[in-house]
Ligand binder design. Structure first.
Ligand code: FE2
Ligand code: FE2
Length: 261
């Protein structure tokens, strides 16, 4: 832990395929050392070939020092994920998928004596009409608030408005809300009036010589032809996008800083 009982928590934006995993292999440990990071959250919904994640990639990411892998709409794209999603507590899927789905939507970890709860939710604007993320949040919040010191939400959503609304909705109840899914980092990080750190999107970790991590020629073809041309993960100009939050052991966020490596 850093000085004066402040935890430094790193959140990494959507890891896209091999390019994303490779730069994390090369750079994550250095970042952890440089910023004295205590806890690492990473969104892994695109970690396997741009879609979903596999048991082997979950092990690979956890072995790099990632403490919890959040996800989003692509989590179900690879069937292998079902083999582990019920018994790997460090792999989350959005909590507001309807009942009957496998997996867990939140996790509480003990990080140097501080209870850190990470909740994964997914928006509904321009996305699948799953259960209400606001009401699901209330339900989980009531379960975890007395047994967690720090609560952080990965709100995986397309619409800026839905993410902003959720930030206000959770303000004062959680330490931080960060958005994922668009793969483009926004520069609107702030501490909301009741103390919750907020950013609309933390960006992506992968090849930036691309359209949101995927091969740009294939993407252009899709837009030109309106046919679902197969996407492949891009390579070239790899970057890590994320944020570093400084949060005290009572859950108060001191700062939320964007990171581009
Ligand atoms: Fe994504
Ligand atoms: Fe997504």
């Amino acid at each position: 832990m850093n000085s004066e009982n402040i935890l430094n928590i790193l959140a990494i934006g959507d890891i896209v395929g091999r390019a994303g995993r490779k730069i994390l292999h090369n750079r994550l440990q250095g970042l952890v050392d440089l910023y004295a990071i205590d806890y690492v959250i990473a969104n892994g919904e695109n970690a396997a070939g741009g879609m979903s994640i596999t048991p082997a990639i979950v092990s690979e990411l956890l072995s790099m020092g990632i403490n919890v892998i959040t996800s989003g709409n692509h989590i179900w794209d690879k069937k292998e994920v079902l083999k582990i999603i019920n018994n790997e507590p460090s792999l989350l899927r959005p909590a507001n998928f309807p009942e009957g789905n496998s997996g867990n939507g939140y996790k509480i970890d003990n990080c140097r004596g501080v209870k850190v709860c990470v909740i994964n939710l997914q928006g509904r604007s321009m996305m699948a009409p799953i259960d209400c993320p606001f009401r699901k949040f209330d339900e989980i919040y009531n379960e975890v608030k007395d047994i967690s010191d720090i609560i952080i939400v990965d709100f995986h959503a397309e619409a800026t408005s839905e993410k902003k609304a959720f930030g206000w909705y959770a303000d004062g109840r959680v330490s931080a809300v960060f958005g994922t899914h668009t793969h483009v980092q926004t520069s609107d990080e702030e501490i909301l009036p009741e103390g919750t750190g907020y950013i609309t999107d933390i960006g992506m970790t992968g090849a930036f010589n691309s359209v949101i991590g995927m091969n740009k020629e294939q993407s252009i073809q899709r837009f030109l032809t309106q046919v679902k041309v197969k996407y492949e993960v891009a390579s070239g100009n790899p970057k890590i996008n994320g944020i570093i939050m400084k949060i005290d052991q009572k859950g108060k966020t001191m700062s939320l800083q964007r990171l581009i490596v």
